[in-house]
Design a protein around this ligand. Sequence first.
Ligand code: C2E
Ligand code: CA
Ligand code: CA
Length: 578
Amino acid sequence: MINNRKTKINKKASPQEKDTSISNIIERNQFILEGTNDGIWDWNLQNGEYFFSSKEETVSQPSRKIDSLEGWKNLLHPEDKVKAVNILEDYLVKKVGIYQNIYRIKKSDKEYRWVLSRGRIQMDQSGKPLRIAGLHIDITEEMESKNKMNQQLYQLAYYDPLTDLPNKAKLNVEFEAMYDLNKSDQKVAIFYIDLDNFRYINNLVGYELGNEVIKNISKKLKEKLNKKFVLGRDSEEEFILLLFYDHERDLYKEANEVLKIFRYNQFLTGHQICITASIGIALCPEHAPTFNGLLEYADTALYYAKIKGKNQFRIYQESMREFAYKETSYMHDINEALQTEAFCMYYQPILETVKEELVGFEALIRWNDAQRGFISPCEFIPIAEKTGQILQLEKQIFEAVFKQVEHWKKQTNKRFFVSINLSPKGLINKGLVSFLEALVKKYYVEPSDIILEITETTLLEGIEETLAVFDLLKQKGFIIALDDFGTGYSSLNYLKELPISKLKLDKSFIDSLLVSEKDQYITESIIELCHRMNLKVVAEGVECEEQRDILLKLNCDLMQGYFYCKPKPVAELGSWIK
Ligand code: C2E
Ligand code: CA
Ligand code: CA
C-alpha cells in the first residue's frame, strides 16, 4: 500500500481549492486504481497546480514532482516532447472532446514509462477553462511489444533475412535520403552484381551450403569495401552496391576491387569452389536520376557483361540497348531461318592419332543469313537458348545429321561416327530419348553411330534428371562425350559420375602444350587417368605439327583441328570420305 493516497504537489494550494478539486474523486476511486497501473491527474488551469493520484508515483519520481506545465514537459522523453506538447496545446486551443496523448515520461534517471493520458477540459459558465483532468494508463508493456513487432516488421520489409543486408526497397530509401538532385556535383553509381553460374554451385554443394556461400560473400564484401559503399542484396545471387564517387577512375578501381574479392577468396571451407561475379554499372545523374531507373540500366549492363563472358564489369552504354534490340531482331530472323531451313550443317573430320585415319566428324551448325552473312553459332545459339527456339533448331540439326549419316553409310559402306553438340537448354530434358529413338527407326543409323557432346553446363539444369537421361541414352547404345574439358570447372568428379566414353580436351589445353612442360605433364596425367577409366581422349583445335607430335607422344587417341581440316559442307568433304 502506498502511504500518500492523495498527493498535492503545489504546497501553496488553499483548503477551499482542495475541497472543490477533483481530488476527493481521486480518493474515492483510489482503491480501484490500486490494482491497476493507472492514475488520475488534475491540472488547474487557473493557478497551474497539478494533482495526481499516488499511483502516479509509479510513473513520475516523487522527488521530481510536477507542479506546472514546464515541470511536466521536463519529464517527457526528448523524442516524444514536441509531439506531446503540441497535442496538449492543440487541445487547449480547441477545448472540445476528449484529450488523448501518448508519450514516455521519466520515472527515474534511467527509466521512462509509456503513458496513455486521457482527459477532459472543464469550463465555467462563461466558457473560461478551469481545469483538465483525466486518467493516466501505464502502457509500457503494450508499447514495447508493439515496437518490437514493428521492428520485426521493419526488419522483414527492409532487410534480407539470410545476410541481414538491406534489400532493394531499403536501398531505394537510402538512395533518396543520400542523393540530393539539387547538388550538381554529386555522383552516385549503382553496381548490380550477379554471381556467375551460382545455380551450378547450388547443385554441387546443396542449398544449405549454397546459403553459407552467400552469407560468406556478403561478409567479405562488407569487410573489404570502404565506407563509400552501401551494400544490399537483391534476389538469390544478386547484390547491389551504391557508390558515391568523385572521378570515373575511382569507378574502375572499385569495380576491380569487387572482382578481386571474388578472385582471391574462398567462400566455403573444405570445398575448392571458384566463384566469379559479373557487374553492371549505371551512373547517376548521367543515366537516370532515380534508383529504379539506375537499376534498369545497370541490369542491361550486367546482361552485357554476362554475354561477353562473365567475370567482368561493364558500365552502361547506349549501344548495350541496341544490343538487346539486336537480340530481339535476331529472334525474328532465327524464326524465319527455321521456317526456310536456312541453317545447314558443316562437318569437321576427327582422326585417329597413330594412323591419322578418319574415324568420324563433328557436326557444327552454320547460318548464312542473307543480310548478315555467316553468323557464328557462338552468337546465335545462346539467343536461341534464351528464346526457347533451340528446341526446334536442335530437332532440325538431329534430323539433318541422321539423314547425312544414313547417306554416308549407304554410299561408302564405311562406318564413321558423327558428334552432335547438345544444348543444356534444348531437348535434353524435353523428350530427347524418344525423339532419338524415332530417328533411329526412321533412318539407317544405329545409336553407336552418334556421339552426343555435352558440356559441364548441361548439368546446370536439374542434375538428377539430366543424369538419368544420360544413363538411359547410354543404355540405348548412344555414345556420350564430355566437351570442352579444361574450361569451366573441369571437375574430375564428372569423369566418375557421367556415363561418358570420350573426353574432349579443350583447345586452350592444346595451345598450352607448346608453352610449358608443366602443361604437358597435366595433359599427360589427364590422358592417363582417362585411359584407366576406359575413356578415349580427343584433342580439339590442333593447329600445327608440333602439337600433333606432342599429342602422339602423350598417347592422345583422337585429334581434330585446322591442322587436318576446317569444318566444311558435305560437298567439300568428298576426298575425306573416299
Ligand atoms: P565446340 O563444340 O567446342 O566446337 C569446336 C569449335 O572449334 C568449332 O567452332 C570449330 O570450328 C572450332 N575449331 C575446330 N578446330 C579448330 C582449330 O584448329 N582452331 C580453331 N581456332 N578453332 C577450331 P564453331 O563451329 O564456330 O562452333 C563454336 C561453338 O558453337 C561450338 O564449340 C559449340 O559449342 C557451338 N555449336 C556449334 N554447332 C553447334 C550445334 O549444332 N549445336 C549446339 N548446341 N552448339 C553448337
Ligand atoms: Ca563440340
Ligand atoms: Ca569443344
